[in-house]
Write a new protein. Structure first.
Length: 236
C-alpha cells in the first residue's frame, strides 16, 4: 500500500511548506499531496485554505493577494517557532523539487476562482505539469466535478482522482466515469469494505484520506486499498 505525505510531512512541519516537503527526503517518502490555488496576479501557490489566516501571520483570501504580498507573510511560526520565516511555496518551486528528487505527486485543485480566471488557473497548471519529468507519477484530484472535467479535457492522459467528502454515493461509478477518474479518494471515516469491493469491481483504485491511525491503516491494507494520505507516512 502506497503512503502519500499529506501536505508534506505535516505532522512534523508546517503544511505545504518547503520544510514539510524537504523532510520527506531523509525519510525516503516518494509520494506527496498538495493543494493548488492562484494569487490575484495569476501565480499558482500551495495552500489548503482559501484564506491565509490559519497558516500564516496574515489575513485575507489567497485570490485577492499578489504573490509578492503573500511572500511577505510567515507561514511557519503558527506551527512552531523553529519554523519562523517559512514562506508560501510556488508550484514552480515544487516542480523543480519533485523533478530533482524523483518524487510522485497528487495535486489537489483547490480554488474558488471562476470563469476566465479558472481557465487561466488550468492553463498555468497545464504548463507546470508539462515541466514534470515523465518518470514521475501524477494524480490530479478535486471535490469539484466541473473543474475535474475541464482538467481532464485539457490533459486526458493525467490520472484523475475524485475526492468524496462523506459517504460514498450510490452513483459513485457513474460520477467517477464522468470525470475520467482512475481513482476515488474517500474519507477514511466513512469508507467501508463493501465500498472498496464495489470500486475495485469497476476498475477504480482507492486512495483514502487522512489516515493517521496504524490500526486503520492495517485494516485498509487488508481491504486492498491502493494508497493512504497521511501526516505520518513513515510510521504508518
Amino acid at each position: 500500500m502506497i503512503k502519500i505525505a499529506h501536505r508534506g510531512i505535516s505532522a512534523q512541519a508546517p503544511e505545504n511548506t518547503r520544510a514539510a516537503f524537504e523532510m520527506m527526503l531523509p525519510l525516503g517518502v516518494n509520494w506527496l499531496e498538495t493543494d493548488i490555488d492562484m494569487t490575484a496576479d495569476g501565480r499558482l501557490v500551495l495552500i489548503h485554505d482559501s484564506k491565509v489566516n490559519r497558516t500564516s501571520n496574515g489575513n485575507g483570501t489567497v485570490n485577492h493577494n499578489s504573490l509578492l504580498g503573500l511572500q511577505k507573510l510567515d507561514f511557519g511560526q503558527w506551527f512552531d517557532a523553529a519554523f519562523t520565516g517559512e514562506r508560501i511555496v510556488t508550484l514552480d518551486w515544487l516542480v523543480d523539487f519533485i523533478n530533482e528528487h524523483q518524487i510522485n505527486v497528487n495535486f489537489e485543485l483547490k480554488t474558488n476562482v471562476r470563469g476566465e480566471q479558472q481557465n487561466f488557473y488550468l492553463m498555468r497548471l497545464h504548463q507546470a505539469i508539462h515541466r514534470i519529468h515523465r518518470d514521475n507519477q501524477i494524480i490530479v484530484s478535486s471535490f469539484d466535478i466541473k473543474l475535474l472535467k475541464k482538467f481532464h479535457e485539457l490533459m486526458p492522459k493525467i490520472a484523475i482522482g475524485l475526492l468524496i467528502a462523506e459517504t460514498i454515493p450510490e452513483n459513485i461509478v457513474e460520477l467517477a466515469r464522468s470525470v475520467g477518474a482512475k481513482y476515488v479518494h474517500p474519507d477514511v471515516n466513512y469508507l467501508t469494505s463493501a465500498d472498496v469491493q464495489l470500486l475495485a469491481a469497476n476498475q477504480l483504485q482507492v486512495n483514502v484520506w487522512t489516515v493517521n491511525n496504524a490500526v486503520a491503516a492495517h485494516r485498509l491494507a487488508d481491504w486492498g486499498v491502493n494508497a493512504i494520505f497521511t501526516d505520518f507516512p513513515k510510521t504508518m
